[in-house]
Design a protein around this ligand. Sequence first.
Ligand code: AKG
Ligand code: FE2
Length: 433
Amino acid sequence: MDAFLRGTKRKSASVTQASARDDDEDSTEVKLAMLASLYPNISQEILLDALLAKDGSVDQAASSLHDGQMESPKKPRAAVTVGSQTSLRLFASNPTVIEGTGVAKKTKLLSKKTKLLSKKGTTLYLYDPEDIAEHTPCSIIHNFLPQEEANDLLREMLEESKSFERATFKLFDNIVQSPHTSSFYVATDAEVNTQKHEYFYYGGALEDVRRITPQLLRVRPKVQEAVNREIQTRIKTRYPDGKKLKYQCPDEWTPNAAFVNCYNGPHESVGYHSDHLTYLGPRAVIGSLSLGVAREFRVRRVVPKDADNSPTEDGDAQGQISIHLPHNSLLIMHADMQEEWKHSIAPVQAIDPHPVAGNRRINVTYRDYKPNFHPKFTPSCKCSLPAVLRTVQRKKDNWGKYFWSKSRLSFDSLVNNSLALSDLFILRNTKYM
Ligand SMILES: O=C(O)CCC(=O)C(=O)O
Ligand SMILES: [Fe+2]
């Protein structure tokens, strides 16, 4: 397997296209990039296995690789196919697999009351919208658009993606490239200009910002309507007392920007991350439309640790869940996703080609950039670079609190660079309470 992050020694190169993802101290992508720069000849898959085996510790993974403890996996990993659901039986404490295994058949996998558990070190595969809503902070709508509309958007984005580039960011002296290509779309020329000159993503400005295309525009109100409906359902059915979460914006979700990702072939991917909150604000909701080749969207909860570094819940709470994302499905990442979970698109050995897209998957993430998180309100750190809005994910003390952190041009220690640790944004966003 090709290394999916390429570390190229280019000391003087500037960061050309940063990412909208929040590659924080615990980002798998950054850790993999560090390992890849230490072991450029070892495949991404082995590096990932080493990281997982050492609970995400780069140091320990590096020494196990150095000592030759990690071997190439003997068996290739399974391809993403739309076939039968088998894994769920391993995880459900009282599984009731009722019917159906085919591509198009709706498979009712669990009775509603069944307790579903993911296990540390294994992956729980979910296909059914009810299961997904129950066990993750996401909901999914299959066959979201009329078929022709989905294909029109897919064709348009396949054409656009011919000129997409890999996001790059700087890691030590290396320029690291993202393992897929992307571009960013906003509504007006003025917004294109503002995005290029005022917004700041992971140490750099976006160079490739485009005006929204006819098909992206056509689909946008449908996404808006569906996402707002799903938000209300989520609030009523899942949140404590049927009330929105603390800090969740009460206003209608209004998509005004879209990141579009293209994954060309089975090895293109994106590592575990949470999305940047700096311009979306706390409790961000994202509408993510998948087109073309079906891929797996993997999610896992981030369980905070005590002061003595022991997890506050048993390890299984962090088990990986895989959500199947077929062509024309709309996944909604709800308000508890970016703060408490991480997500990724895993590389696979093989894919089922799509009749229109061939080996490509297009993903459109519609986002609501909030006016009161405009860059003019973003505080700067001492070195006068704009700060980044983050939440405390790992430590039980202060867990869930928001803070403005120094933006890292290189891989610094996040904690030492924090500007403040407080609910400070509330000062100007009281309605979020
Ligand atoms: O491709 C996907 O489904 C996810 C993309 C993603 O996580 C992102 O753009 O931040
Ligand atoms: Fe993301």
